[in-house]
Ligand binder design. Structure first.
Ligand SMILES: CCCCCC/C=C/CC(=O)SCCNC(=O)CCNC(=O)[C@H](O)C(C)(C)COP(=O)(O)OP(=O)(O)OC[C@H]1O[C@@H](n2cnc3c(N)ncnc32)[C@H](O)[C@@H]1OP(=O)(O)O
Length: 720
């Protein structure tokens, strides 16, 4: 785990714990033994700590977090490194994160290659750097930088870290050779000035202003998230207390965070996100055994909002895009909007003018679908209409080359139905982007009964290339995201007619931790989207939904969203939806009397006496139908595991990661309690099928002791 060798008068401690040199027990022990040996050996005059393989160290081993800590503690290992009278040099490449950076800060010197990155990502796991990081970073750089780095967890590239004083030197060429040269240059020099524990905190005179400003930002950005707030307090203590007392304070705060439910949720999230990438089809084909089709050229059909966003995603990573629209006017408009989005990115310094020009030069707009004949992958992004989509796929089947992967950005329609319009259903796959497609990180990839493993591998790989988090699901109406979200929309509308107002519902859910409430989400994605989906489904079933509709498919139906649509209040894009906005496309949601009156009038017309709806009821009626649906989705194998559902909710609906996602949240509330409340609502609202409790949930809720989330799926086939 740590290889010890000497090169002349230099001892080299090489951490060797693939894949990312996590500081697990044997690494800590190896470092501890290594530094003791180097200190004891009179022929050794300097020490180098370096990482083998792709990285210096990614920090503490997260898998060890919920186990009792064994072996030497990181702080004790670090103390030994610092107390060595022989200079200790950290030689950094890849990433130097968390406990890895703490180790480096205990060393007397830090050198790195230019491509290295350093950072304290602990906050993203709901903790703080608990091995002196909060006390040492403000001593090597300053309080402001330390607060920023520790409360955001951002990685800092080596050149910036040099500027901050975290690194002493950036080297070119072979890192070990350079480290040896560096070590020779500092051999014999006193190490005392390089012991950070003896140094004052920098920028302490501005402590209060820096702290207040950082705290304001943290509370604004991440409401309800404890770790960043506690991180700031820990760094503050570095400036207010002597080093050893600061360490004790850090330890107290660390212990508080480590035992929190937010930390448990974030640890779960870390592994869940990685597990989602390891997709597998029922056939056994998987990420490990399937190669994607090489994609060099792409096409996007539809230059509306979604098509524009998708094209931007592709152009940003250098894919040439043939953008197809049905007429020149719509095409020109789409290209203009893409250009505007890039200009905005340039204005916000997210890209250079040159990069923008390059991206724009990669678009080939056309009204001729035949131009797609040679593309490797095409994504259809027209509006949600079965006949239209089938028509497009019928044409693509004729036009595109046999190896092309044919993707649809449908958000609800079964891929089986779309694929059936072609003679190559194996090549058809869903790539469900979330609006705004160039911003939202989620890509819900959907396989049909016929989709080939290669088509799946291609879209999973595409997701990675365009910087999305991809989750693979099996087709059904609405897939995972919209199928679960749909019930939230239904319940929200029902609560509106019973007595709630949009701003009440949103406030409760925003206080719960959602970055925006469901009514604002509806305005953002477009009131017309839901309208179209509902009416499309009704049409397929030969039903016409009108203002008189009270029941649809045997279920209580609320016409309020349809009334909003009929008023032309389509959401942010028209400047009016459930809220009023400062302008069409505006972002500031304001309560609108017209909506309040519409809702109250609607309740009166329905003969419903409005009542106050409690916070608990709003929270449960928004969350529990989605959770119940999540269990059905697991039962049906639409999602392979609960973790996949939670990943979808973080990245698709900004569900607070520190609450772990709806399925993890249910596990924390307790499945028997969730089940009991669902049964209660089912009794009270018998005409809403989303309250019929899922069988899997029932089985899990009646297990003699809580079933860990990782074992839920073993209950899906059980006969209990
Ligand atoms: C009881 C303990 C007390 C500890 C007291 C001291 C406290 C110290 C605090 C810490 O150090 S907390 C850890 C801080 N570090 C991190 O949060 C880094 C997490 N890792 C990453 O951000 C990324 O993995 C990476 C290092 C940037 C590499 O990214 P890349 O995309 O290249 O690879 P991945 O697919 O993410 O990872 C590969 C593989 O490695 C596993 N892994 C990564 N980091 C850790 C880790 N710190 N501990 C355990 N395992 C780790 C990851 O799960 C992947 O494994 P898989 O099996 O392939 O999924």
């Amino acid at each position: 785990m740590v290889d010890y060798r000497t090169q002349g008068q230099i001892a080299i401690l090489e951490v060797n714990n693939p894949p990312v040199n996590a500081l697990s027990i044997h690494v800590r022990k190896g470092l501890d033994d290594g530094i003791s040996r180097a200190v004891r050996d009179p022929s050794v005059k300097a020490v180098i700590v370096i990482g083998k393989g792709r990285t210096f160290s990614s920090g503490a081993d997260i898998k060890e977090f919920n186990k009792p800590q064994e072996g030497p503690r990181l702080t004790m290992v670090g103390k030994k490194l610092e107390e060595s009278d022989k200079p200790v040099v950290a030689a950094i490449h890849g990433t130097c994160l968390g406990g890895g950076l703490e180790i480096a800060l205990f060393c007397h010197y830090r050198i790195a290659v230019k491509s290295a990155r350093v950072g304290f990502p602990e906050v993203l796991l709901g903790i703080l750097p608990g091995a002196a990081g909060t006390q040492r970073l403000p001593r090597v750089t300053d309080v402001a930088v330390a607060m920023e780095m520790i409360s955001t967890g951002k990685h800092v590239p080596a050149p910036k870290a040099l500027e901050y004083g975290i690194l002493d030197k950036i080297v070119q060429g072979d890192l070990l050779e350079e480290a040896v040269k560096f070590a020779k240059s500092v051999m014999g020099k006193p190490v005392q000035p390089c012991r950070l524990s003896d140094q004052p905190v920098k920028g302490a005179d501005r402590l209060v202003q820096v702290f207040d400003a950082a705290m304001r930002q943290v509370k604004q950005r991440q409401r309800g998230f404890m770790a960043p707030v506690v991180c700031l307090k820990a760094v503050r203590s570095a400036a207010e207390l002597p080093y050893n007392e600061g360490l004790l304070r850090e330890n107290t705060l660390f212990t508080e965070l480590m035992s929190s439910s937010q930390c448990a949720a974030l640890r779960y999230a870390f592994f869940a996100e990685r597990a989602a990438q390891r997709w597998q089809l029922p056939s056994g084909a998987s990420a490990a055994n399937t190669k994607p089709v090489p994609v060099k050229s792409t096409g996007v059909i539809g230059a509306g909002t979604m098509g524009q966003g998708i094209a931007i995603c592709l152009l940003r990573v250098d894919y040439p895009v043939i953008l197809v629209e049905q007429n020149q006017k719509l095409l020109d408009k789409g290209v203009e909007m893409i250009q505007l989005a890039f200009k905005d990115a340039v204005r916000r310094k997210l890209m250079t003018e040159d990069a923008m020009r390059h991206c724009m030069s990669n678009i080939s707009p056309t009204v001729d679908m035949q131009q797609l004949a040679n593309v490797d992958l095409v994504i259809e992004a027209v509006y949600e209409n079965v006949a239209l989509k089938q028509d497009i796929f019928r044409k693509l089947d004729v036009i595109c080359k046999p190896s092309a992967v044919l993707c649809t950005n449908t958000s609800t329609i079964s891929i089986d139905i779309i694929a059936s319009a072609t003679k190559r259903p194996g090549s058809v796959v869903g790539t469900h982007f979330f609006a705004p497609a160039h911003i939202m990180r989620l890509l819900e990839n959907v396989y049909s009964k016929d989709t080939s493993a290669q088509a799946v591998a291609t879209v999973m790989d595409l997701g990675k290339k365009i910087g999305k988090v991809s989750v693979l699901v099996k087709t059904c109406h609405g897939f995972v995201a919209n199928r679960m979200f749909h019930h939230q929309g239904q319940e929200a509308a029902l609560m509106l007619e019973e007595g709630a107002l949009p701003e009440h519902i949103d406030k409760v859910m925003e206080d719960f931790g959602m970055s925006i409430g469901p009514m604002k989400v509806s305005d953002l994605s477009g009131v017309d989207i839901g309208w179209r989906i509902r009416h499309e489904v009704a049409k397929m079933e030969g039903v016409e939904l009108t203002s008189q509709t009270r029941f649809f498919r045997g279920e209580r139906y609320c016409t309020l969203p349809d009334k909003l649509y009929e008023l032309g209040r389509l959401g942010r894009k028209t400047g009016k939806g459930w809220y009023r906005y400062e302008k069409p496309g505006g972002r500031v949601a304001m309560v609108d009397d017209e909506v309040t009156n519409l809702i109250k009038k609607h309740s009166a017309e329905m003969g419903i006496e409005r009542r106050g709806i409690s916070t608990q009821e709003i929270q449960e009626r928004i969350l529990y139908p989605a959770i119940n649906e999540g269990f059905r989705i697991l039962e049906e194998g639409v999602a392979a595991k609960p973790e996949d559902i939670d990943v979808i909710w973080w990245y698709g609906f900004s569900f607070p990661r520190y609450m772990g996602g709806p399925m993890f949240h249910a596990s924390q509330v307790g499945l028997s309690k969730v089940y009991e409340r669902i049964c209660y609502y089912h009794q009270n609202f018998p005409y809403s099928s989303h309250w019929v409790p899922s069988d899997l949930l029932r089985k899990l809720a009646s297990a003699p002791s809580p079933v860990p989330i990782s074992q839920w799926m073993s209950y899906s086939q059980s006969k209990l």
